[in-house]
Design a protein around this ligand. Sequence first.
Ligand SMILES: Cc1cc2nc3c(=O)[nH]c(=O)nc-3n(C[C@H](O)[C@H](O)[C@H](O)COP(=O)(O)OP(=O)(O)OC[C@H]3O[C@@H](n4cnc5c(N)ncnc54)[C@H](O)[C@@H]3O)c2cc1C
Length: 382
Amino acid sequence: MDFSLTEDQRQLRDRMAKFAQLELNSGAIERDRDQVFPHDLWKRCGEMGLQGLPVPPEYGGEGLDPLSTAIALEGFGYGCRDAGLLFAVCAHLLACVVPISLHGSGAVKKKYLPGLCNGTLIAVNGMTEETSGSDAFHMASRAAADGDGYRISGVKTLATNAPIANLAVIYAVTDEKKGAHGGITGFVVETNTPGLRQGQRFDKLGFRTAQMGRLDFKDVVVPKENVLGGAGGGSTIFTQSMEWERICIAACHVGAMQHLMERAIEYARTRTAQGSPIGKYQAVSHKIADMKIRLETARLLVYHAASRIGKARDNAMNASMVKVYASECLQKTAMDTIQIFGGHGILTENELERALRDSIGSSIYSGTNEVQRNIIASWLGL
Ligand SMILES: Cc1cc2nc3c(=O)[nH]c(=O)nc-3n(C[C@H](O)[C@H](O)[C@H](O)COP(=O)(O)OP(=O)(O)OC[C@H]3O[C@@H](n4cnc5c(N)ncnc54)[C@H](O)[C@@H]3O)c2cc1C
């Protein structure tokens, strides 16, 4: 397997990294403190094509293959220090835009994809409920055929972008007897549809510029054309979107790890203690050597899994492996970078305590790491 990047892929990664460094990072400390979502920067990301990376150009996207999409997001993760904005883009792109692009009706794709890609619209994925997170398919939300459409009721929670979204991709039970396989359906719902209420923003650890909240559906009626795929296809569509999300967010982690490692190297070269740069002490240099090992192994796993999206059924296991590995590598790298910076590592102005806070959720969202290990074990016949 050869994972050397093409010239186009290298330029794509650099372009996304430079864009983020130049345009997205100013004011990130203050936005994190105040939990403000940067609508203007969201629009700029849309102009750069980030929200529509794998979407066909006829619908306003960049038409990239999955590996190139992951490489673009690696560059975004390397350059962008507003991790809440980065996560908002990923949740929108991977759990909403991708399933709409792959499974939306012609009318839905034509109506929404251009705005979703260019930064005019914001989407939220509503799966998790108060009593079903890891056990996602045991949801309480229900949808029933109603004339020419469906009537949906239920409450989704912990949903990224919920308070600010224009469009929701949500899942509800349409046939209780069939259960997860055939009994769950995905829907695209405009958030201004009567009966749908967007809850207030949750305060939280990390990703503080991203807005997370509830979506409350009370007899919300959507036309049949807003069904994703077909009635009963929801669990397959959701699982496929999680494959994209687990792999492509891990690509952002690879970029973030590269950035943290470079900061650690620079500090270890220039900070002196007892007459030597601290990088000359093995306790410090080995931490950085381990960062490099984690970075390169995670990158290989990401490229391997991204190159197999849509091509192999067992890529679901690769996605779970990447998700567990890259998230735990990122958390360890963020912790170790702080340790290398000593007391300066915990200062807000050095932007490392924020990187640590932003890394914590990575072992929870897109399915917890415990659940990913269950998935891997079940692929191994356990
Ligand atoms: C930053 C962030 C963003 C998110 N964004 C979204 C979003 O946009 N849309 C959305 O729908 N959801 C979103 N979520 C919710 C996320 O998908 C859930 O938090 C996650 O799936 C876990 O569900 P839960 O919180 O209900 O935990 P629970 O399922 O209650 O789990 C609690 C604990 O028990 C463990 N556990 C549960 N079952 C098992 C098992 N079978 N074996 C071993 N351990 C188990 C879990 O690993 C966890 O440690 C987000 C979460 C975070 C942190």
